[in-house]
Ligand binder design. Structure first.
Ligand code: FE
Length: 203
């Protein structure tokens, strides 16, 4: 059972001008596809061959199989990223997530500030995540392919801060990329769904 490249939940030109068609075609069609192809080559004929993607991530992490972990985690992280962005995003979260966000960050601006700080302080390649655990919501960053699904924290949404995610459109201006994501393209509906299904939800 090979791991497949998921379809994008929107057309490659729908996030423009936040992210151009060229960026999305390259990021999804070349980078993400590259991780999928590499992973399938690495797991062929191994105990991982019939596992789900998340199981491959967890098992390869536990067994320190670095090559398989890096590619599997990048497959998971990118799939999660596509759903974390929306052509019609922005605004504020609703429902239970709204209250949890206020508890953790004071208000939406407090969340944005904390998220942006984490994005700017991630040195080199990595990811920024809003996560939930028994203590409530928090923001973490992970380097390279690292992913919260190997920890007790449940990811609610993410942003890719590898340069390949934004360099064609923003060059070195990571701050403007992060600001535009937070103001217009963050997919709160996806985060709300993830939060609602979190069994370890804090209070
Ligand atoms: Fe990426």
């Amino acid at each position: 059972m090979a791991i497949e490249l998921p379809e994008l939940p929107y057309r490659t030109d729908e996030l423009s001008p936040f992210l151009s068609k060229e960026t999305m075609e390259t990021h999804h069609g070349k980078h993400h596809r590259g991780y999928v192809n590499k992973l399938n080559g690495l797991i062929s004929g191994t105990v991982h061959a019939d596992r789900s993607l998340t199981d491959i991530v967890v098992h390869s992490h536990a067994n320190s199989e670095t090559g398989i972990f890096n590619n599997a985690a990048q497959c998971f992280n990118h799939g999660f990223l596509w759903d974390s962005m929306s052509p019609h995003g922005g605004g504020a979260p609703a429902g239970a997530l709204h209250g949890a966000l206020e508890s953790a960050f004071g208000d939406l601006d407090g969340f944005k500030e904390a998220f942006k700080t984490a994005a700017m302080n991630q040195f080199g390649s990595g990811w920024v995540w809003l996560v939930s655990d028994t203590a409530g919501l928090s923001i973490i960053s992970t380097g390279n392919a690292d992913t919260p699904i190997v920890s007790a924290a449940r990811p609610l949404l993410t942003l890719d801060v590898w340069e390949h995610a934004y360099y064609l459109d923003y060059k070195n201006e990571r701050a403007r990329y992060v600001d535009t994501f937070l103001s217009d393209h963050i997919n709160w509906s996806f985060a709300e769904e993830n939060y609602a299904s979190d069994p370890a939800k804090g209070v």
